[in-house]
Design a protein around this ligand. Structure first.
Ligand code: XMP
Length: 507
């Protein structure tokens, strides 16, 4: 593999991701990993990541110096460049001003690392210190307006260092540069894929779990389904897959999820606790209170189920890389907009060891992994569905009658979207039952019935979203069908707010 030494940059995982896209296997290890352990990984190349520290700070992070003597290629990025400069006798000084943002990279010398990329390409800079004097044996291969040492290399020793971040999206040809490093400098072949990832994870799970049992909450969403499938492949019936039916699911959801798993020989343990949830939610109208009740009840139920099985030592969760960075990079008190409930959000007293096989990958990679594991396409393409379910799509108190009404409207809307191809083009689409009645006319009669709001949004990660431009004839079909087919609804509206300032869900 390529070994990536992590010096704490928020972009480290993205380096690994770019290598995966190039079909190259990589392993991220802490910067402090001992040289013997690094050697055991039989690396074909080493990448030193960026990091927030400064190389001349007293407690700055340094790798085992032997990494420079292994005789394999090394690439240093940002902080990694400064380490290389310092080690080989260059010097590093604080930049007069922090350089942050786009810069134009001008080639000074031809190098395989820039093969098939454009001179003058845009690269992304983000650093406070910079190289001031070139290390011995190195030459400048690229410059930018503010960085005379934007890219340096000792081609003979195959050591490269960049002041810019090739891994980030804004570096136009950065992916190609990383690929070039792997392919031409380290001699790696592009043979790695999500199938290899599945195999590695399965082996890791088997080694970790041994003959113990693993509890896994399954919601029917992509992440937890992929995790459960991966675990079932790895440990068979040592997996205890629990599906909580809280009574706030969509039409046929429970049956569909059960059937999908059954087809793969995985028997979900469904806990039907809708009575408990609906009872607790009776008369509760405050959105945060609803969310709290659902979150707490979920844990109670899940814990009770876990206690029924002996020998559970692990809990498997579908934590993704984006969940990890969100939780570590957001510092300081941030306001609770909504208290999110996830199957994974368990309290400290549940003392299981965690298994999180998706921790290093991104949503689109999870989808690829799911396909690799043979999950059906329509499950892989499923829209996100929030943990509290339909409870946060019914304004005001939640009861069975309203749940039924909403389910009927929801199925119709989804049906139309699927038939017109818009389901796959949008991030999320659902209906909201407003606590609003209005006057209508049907035939010769006056009606006074409920209003349903259709919410369809485009997004890439759910952090921001815009309402979807759905053709009017499609909206018209949705509206006409809901009003005609669902008794009790006489008005349909379309939500034209984006996030921010509105959120995707209404509560
Ligand atoms: P909002 O409404 O905050 O939603 O704009 C952003 C994304 O998160 C989903 N969502 C949740 N997902 N548990 C979840 O697992 C929750 O409690 C929850 N609340 C919102 C929402 O559907 C959207 O995709």
């Amino acid at each position: 593999p390529i070994v990536v030494l992590d010096f704490g940059s928020q972009y480290t995982q993205i380096i690994a991701r770019k290598l995966r896209e190039a079909g190259v296997y990589s392993e991220i290890v802490p910067f402090s990993e001992k040289i013997e352990d690094i050697k055991k990984r039989t690396p074909k190349g080493i990448i030193l990541s960026g990091g927030p520290a400064s190389v001349y700070a007293k407690d700055s992070y340094h790798p085992d110096k032997e990494v420079f003597k292994l005789g394999i290629p090394v690439l240093g990025i940002c902080y990694g460049m400064q380490l290389i400069s310092q080690y080989f006798g260059g010097s590093v000084i604080p930049a007069d001003h922090h350089e942050y943002g786009k810069a134009k990279l001008t080639f000074e010398k031809e190098s395989d690392i820039f093969k098939d990329t454009k001179d003058g390409q845009i690269v992304w800079m983000s650093h406070g210190d910079k190289v001031d004097k070139l290390a011995s044996g190195f030459e400048i291969i690229g410059t930018s307006e503010n960085s005379p040492f934007a890219a340096i290399a000792n081609e003979k020793e195959k050591i490269y260092a960049f002041q810019f971040h090739p891994e980030v999206y804004h570096s136009q040809e950065g992916s190609k540069i990383l690929k070039n490093f792997a392919k031409y400098i380290c001699g790696c072949e592009s043979t790695w894929n999500m199938g290899s990832f599945a195999k590695e994870q399965i082996a890791k799970i088997q080694e970790k779990v041994g003959n113990k049992k693993v509890l896994c909450g399954v919601s029917g969403g992509v992440d937890s389904s992929v995790v459960a499938t991966l675990l079932a492949e790895a440990i068979g019936d040592q997996l205890i897959p629990v599906f909580v039916d809280h009574g706030l699911l969509r039409a046929n959801e429970r049956e569909d999820v059960e059937a999908m798993f059954a087809a793969r020989g995985i028997n979900l343990i469904t806990v039907d606790v809708s009575e408990i949830f609906l009872k607790k939610l009776e008369g509760v109208t405050d959105p945060e209170k609803k969310r709290k009740i659902i979150g707490e009840t979920f844990i109670e139920v899940f814990d009770k189920e876990a206690k029924k099985h002996d020998g559970i030592e692990f809990l498997a969760q579908g934590t993704l890389y984006t969940d990890v960075i969100e939780s570590v990079s957001v510092k300081g008190p941030s306001k609770t907009i909504k208290s999110h409930h996830n199957v994974g959000g368990l309290p400290d007293w549940m003392t299981f060891e965690l298994i999180e096989p998706l921790r290093e990958i991104f949503k689109d990679e999870v989808r690829k992994l799911g396909l690799e594991l043979g999950l059906p396409k329509d499950m892989i393409g499923r829209h996100p569905f929030p943990g509290p379910g339909l409870a946060i799509r019914i304004m005001g108190d939640v009861n069975r009658a309203d749940l039924e009404l909403l389910r009927k409207a929801d199925v119709i809307m989804l049906d139309v979207l699927r038939a017109t191809g818009y389901y796959d083009k949008t991030w999320q689409a659902f209906t909201v039952l407003l606590n609003v009645k209005s006057v209508g006319v049907m035939g010769d009669n006056r009606t006074y019935d409920n209003t349903v709001c259709v919410r369809i949004v485009d997004a890439t990660d759910g952090m921001t979203a815009t309402f979807s431009y759905i053709p009017h004839d499609i909206l018209e079909t949705i509206s006409r069908r809901i009003i005609n087919e669902v008794d009790g609804i006489n008005r349909v509206v379309y939500d034209i707010s984006s996030k921010p300032p509105a959120t995707i869900e209404w509560e």
